[in-house]
Design a protein around this ligand. Structure first.
Ligand code: BGC
Length: 748
């Protein structure tokens, strides 16, 4: 009896242990499945996975009908069945309705999964830059430059989460965002897609956005795969124009431009899009050094690299580093590119199939690319369920999401000047609203809104408020006079505007930029358009108090009209609820708390950043922006005290604890972004005069104090040394928070 019992136990133990030994983790299971699939694939099927085509290629000609895209079934079948296309992108001209997206994605997945030999699902990529801007009525957040002004990681994470949910609700599992290029060139028309000039801010906000989008598991039905872009160095073209050469020395590349991508790779972003331009004479799409040596090998990136729009071809027909379109394909793929956003034809497919068959591209390179692509398809859950989830429709653009969006705009908008506390304005007085940005929704949103350039004002949701409408609904139309007065580049009717200004108690003068996206937004001069400057001067002559509101994606130079303005508000591109948020701030229902994520230039050439070198701090070289990075006023005041360090000397491997007390010393509740800067007093390579190392946002009632704690480690003190490798050096450092300073020594 005992013997039988013992045998049973042994058998049980044997089976369990056996199971444990054989059991594979989900990761191993995924890898096995990918390998199995890969082995079955033909060269054509593999290359098809590496090819991405735009929606227009498989759609019927667009009629006048809005928001309805129709697939052309013959073209779609040709793409998926003949060319084995594995990815589509974009919208065909304008945003689609949720239903339209569902129908289209369902049709595509039906063909890909049911009518092909291997049933590999399509991965659809979209630019959801400030919300799902290509789905009608989505929640549209402030653009990234404005999100950076909030200094609020929770809001950025929430933006990521809500955008992911609304992407998935549209059936779209892959988002071409966040932009991780550090914005150090304000002329560049894509400046507003960045988180501004600071490296640390870009790293932190990028990471928060990715966490919000992907959660712990991007296969969940309300999460998406992010795409870091644009790798690398796109955000600092030498002449300020989009898609022009950058010259970035290795030290700068590694110290300023690479870290946000490194952090994002660590945060698990599984795809990356390549910079359309060139660095140091090498188009990035052809750079084995940047794509393979640094990204894939040094940073250990396991995901896939997608080209930007048409950029493989451009190696031949624009950059001329390839002598034929076919050579361009070989060059890009051998540099490490995994997927080509072709996007209008099948040339990439045809050339690459030929190149593999001719032995000019080894099949091992193709296998590596396809493995990476299939892995992401797997991770994002497409093999499990490639279809849009109808149950998410009810979670699309909810009131709750709208509140986060509005809160983001409120926390972004930055009060630059408030002479004699002109703001907030008295709701019972008469206000004259004027200027080219006063009564348009498009200007609040900028590019990537409903259409690529965001210009089609007639497509904007009419229930949303322009600045004028928001002010009218706040204080009653009877208290508001309006006259556009001036367009972006021409004065329309200055007399009428001046007359109405005279009849009012205050003027809200709304200036700034029209909408633009990418290269069409190129400008030669950062100065605000002369007509707007003249218009402002005419309004000032009335002697009425003027609040200048700047609605713009980059800091247009306004120095000659700042002196006479009583109040200046930087609105950036505050998104669909920007008008409402501005009215809340102008009339004091919300206390502003935004801080500039860039140095506002005083002159068209004044591009020195706050983290400049000592050499840029002297006499005629001195950093002298109109408003510095981090500037932003409140309707209350904050006092900083008792900055304390837990030690004066730190040794190798130790951390240092920092505490500071912040008090709301004014009369109103308010939010304050507390920023910790470090100065490395001496270094073997000249060090920035200060660098942001920590920040947090707090909410204080009048009279309330909070003590904030921060920890810094050795890594926070490292830099790229003379040998172009990260180094940490012994020496003296200073910590600055508010007006407080303390010092410590690092002894290695
Ligand atoms: C832009 C990218 C974008 C892509 C797809 C390109 O022109 O540079 O940022 O993701 O188009 O729309």
């Amino acid at each position: 009896m005992i013997k039988i019992w013992t045998m049973h136990v042994m058998l049980f133990v044997f089976l369990v242990v056996g199971q444990l030994v054989n059991a594979s983790t989900p990761e191993e299971e995924m890898e096995t499945n990918i390998q199995n699939l890969l082995q079955k694939m033909t060269v054509e099927e593999k290359v098809g996975q590496m090819t991405q085509i735009t929606l227009g290629v498989v759609s019927k000609e667009r009629g006048d009908e809005l928001f309805v895209n129709q697939l052309d079934m013959d073209k779609l079948k040709e793409a998926v069945l003949k060319y084995h296309i594995g990815s589509f992108l974009n919208t065909n001209g304008m945003a689609n309705t949720l239903e339209n997206w569902h129908e289209m994605i369902t049709t595509m997945q039906d063909i890909a999964t049911k009518e092909t030999r291997l049933g590999i699902p399509i991965i659809y990529g979209i630019d959801a830059i400030h919300g799902v801007n290509y789905t009608k009525d989505a929640t549209l957040f402030p653009q990234s430059i404005a999100m950076a002004a909030t200094r609020n990681l929770d809001l950025v994470r929430e933006e990521g989460r809500i955008t992911a949910l609304e992407c998935r609700a549209s059936g779209l599992p892959w988002n071409f965002n966040p932009v991780l290029g550090v914005g150090r060139e304000p002329l560049w028309p894509r400046f507003w897609e960045t988180y501004g000039e600071d490296l640390y801010l870009t790293c932190e906000l990028g990471r928060a956005y990715i966490e919000g989008q992907q959660g712990n598991d991007m296969s969940q039905k309300d999460r998406v795969a992010t795409c870091m872009k644009h790798y690398l160095g796109y955000s600092i073209p030498l002449n300020g124009q989009d898609r022009t050469p950058a010259w970035i020395p290795e030290r700068m590349l590694r110290e300023i431009f690479l870290p946000p991508f490194k952090d994002a790779v660590e945060a698990g972003s599984p795809t990356v899009m390549v910079n359309s331009g060139e660095i140091n004479g090498i188009p990035v799409h052809s750079s084995h050094y940047l794509l393979t040596d640094i990204l894939k090998k040094e940073l250990g990136f396991k995901g896939f690299i997608v080209s930007d729009w048409e950029d493989v071809k451009r190696l031949y027909d624009r950059d001329r580093v390839a002598t034929s379109p076919k050579e361009a394909v070989r060059m890009a793929v051998m540099a490490g590119l995994d997927m080509s956003m072709v996007p209008h034809d099948y040339s990439f497919f045809n050339y690459l199939v030929e190149l593999v068959k001719e032995g000019k591209v080894p099949e091992s390179r193709i296998n590596d690319a396809v493995e990476r692509i299939l892995r992401v398809k797997w991770q994002v859950g497409l093999f499990e369920n490639p279809y849009p989830d109808a149950s998410l429709k009810s979670a699309f653009a909810t009131e709750e999401s709208g509140k986060v969006c509005l809160e983001s705009a409120r926390e972004a908008i930055t009060l630059l000047k408030n002479r004699d506390q002109v703001l907030p304005l008295d709701k019972s007085k008469k206000v004259f609203v004027t200027g080219p940005t006063a009564n348009l929704l498009s200007v609040l949103n900028g590019g990537w809104t409903i259409t690529w350039e965001g210009k089609r004002e007639e497509l904007y949701p009419q229930e949303k408020n322009t600045i004028l409408e928001a002010i009218q609904s706040k204080v009653g139309s009877e208290n508001v006079l309006y006259e556009q007065g001036c367009s972006f580049e021409e004065i329309i009717d200055v007399q009428k505007a001046v007359r109405k200004a005279r009849e009012s108690d205050y003027v809200v003068l709304c200036l700034g930029e029209p909408t633009y996206c990418e290269s069409p937004g190129n400008i030669d001069d950062l100065s605000l358009y002369p007509a707007q400057l003249e218009f402002a001067k005419a309004i000032y002559k009335t002697g009425k108090p003027v609040v200048l509101v700047m609605v713009e994606g980059r800091p247009r130079v306004i120095t000659e009209i700042t002196q006479q303005a009583d109040g200046i508000i930087m609105a950036y591109l505050p998104g669909m609820d920007g008008g409402t948020a501005l009215a809340d701030i102008i009339f004091g229902d919300v206390n502003p708390s935004g801080k500039l994520p860039f140095s506002y230039p005083r002159t068209p050439n004044g591009f020195t950043t706050y983290d400049h070198k000592p050499l840029e701090s002297f006499d005629v070289n001195a950093y002298n922006p109109l408003y510095p990075f981090g500037h932003g006023l409140s309707y209350t005041t904050f006092a900083y005290s008792e900055l304390k360090l837990n030690k004066r000397t730190i040794k190798k491997g130790e951390t240092i604890e920092i505490a500071v007390t912040v008090t709301n010393s004014g009369q109103r509740a308010g939010k304050e972004a507390v920023e910790l800067y470090v100065t490395d007093l001496y270094g073997s390579v000249s060090r920035p005069v200060k660098q942001l190392k920590r920040f947090t946002k707090i909410d204080l009632k009048p009279g309330q104090s909070k003590t904030m704690q921060f920890t810094l480690n050795e890594q926070d003190l490292s830099f790229i040394g003379r040998e172009l490798k990260p180094v940490v050096e012994s020496g003296d450092f200073e910590i600055h928070i508010g007006d407080q300073t303390q010092s410590f020594e690092l002894v290695l």
